[in-house]
Ligand binder design. Structure first.
Ligand code: NDP
Length: 234
């Protein structure tokens, strides 16, 4: 059965791979973008997750096209790396605003439609380093571990209405974001990855699709690492 799916930050990288995987399986999929829509025929709406009005507008457009969102993938994310001692308030807060508060804004809005239908599922894209910490990424890791608390609170609040909330925690995945990592840091991360290689966005997409599938209806509040063993959950 075709479902109404929304992926934030779905114009490139991991989000685009997730959106394509759902679309290939026959779901009605919309993606959000800021910098421009993806190539192809995915329905794309402009949305800045740091802006509640923009989130509202995007959901209104998506609902008009494909009905209430039944599967939300909160994927939009940024990095602004720097060692804590010199990290500015702006760089700390910008990452929290996008990665954590942004996910909260879209989840809160999606929950409205899901509650009406008494079903739905949310998947939050966290990171392996959200559980291990990472030098130079106090802002990013705080936002990514924050997503686990957010998802688990939503799982408790919304579970009685048949709504699930889970987290996928990728390791090093080949995208624009990973391309910005220094060679030395990349080597360090891969040395700590038992499978010894970066992952692909498609591998993350498969895990997201599983958590959103009927077969996973009894899974909520879970953290599923897709990291070659870099992070093994908690
Ligand atoms: P990219 O940098 O390739 O893509 C980031 C996406 O987020 C883009 O679609 C971007 O939209 C969107 N985005 C950023 N800020 C906002 C905003 N304020 N409002 C709406 N959309 C926004 O990253 P990845 O594909 O690599 O990462 C996707 C997710 O996976 C992120 O949450 C990231 O933290 C996480 N992740 C990535 C890993 C990796 O190794 N790549 C590892 C672990 C987690 P636009 O293009 O319009 O700016």
């Amino acid at each position: 059965m075709s479902r109404s799916v929304l992926v934030t930050g779905g114009n490139r990288g991991i989000g685009l791979a997730i959106a394509r995987a759902f679309a290939d399986a026959g779901d009605a999929v919309s993606v959000t973008h800021r910098s421009g829509p993806p190539e192809g025929d995915l329905f794309a709406v402009r949305c800045d997750v740091t802006d509640t009005a923009s989130v509202e507008e995007a959901f209104t457009a998506v609902e008009a096209r494909q009905g209430p969102v039944e599967v939300l993938v909160a994927n939009a994310g940024i990095t602004r790396d720097g060692l804590s001692l010199t990290l500015s308030d702006d760089d700390f807060l910008a990452v929290l605003e996008t990665n954590l508060a942004g996910a909260f804004r879209v989840a809160r809005r999606a929950a409205l439609g899901m509650l009406g239908q008494r079903r739905g599922t949310m998947v939050f894209i966290s990171s392996a380093v959200g559980m291990t910490g990472a030098p130079g990424q106090a802002n990013y890791t705080a936002s990514k571990s924050g997503l686990i608390g957010l998802a688990r609170s939503l799982a408790r609040e919304l579970g009685p209405r048949g709504i699930t909330a889970n987290v996928v925690a990728p390791g090093v995945i080949e995208t624009d974001m990973a391309a910005a990592i220094t060679e030395a840091r990349r080597a360090e991360l891969l040395a700590s990855t038992p499978l010894g290689r970066p992952g692909t966005a498609a591998e993350v997409a498969e895990a997201v699709r599983f958590l959103a599938d009927e077969r996973a209806r009894y899974i909520t509040g879970a953290v599923l690492p897709v990291s070659g063993g870099l992070g093994m959950g908690h």
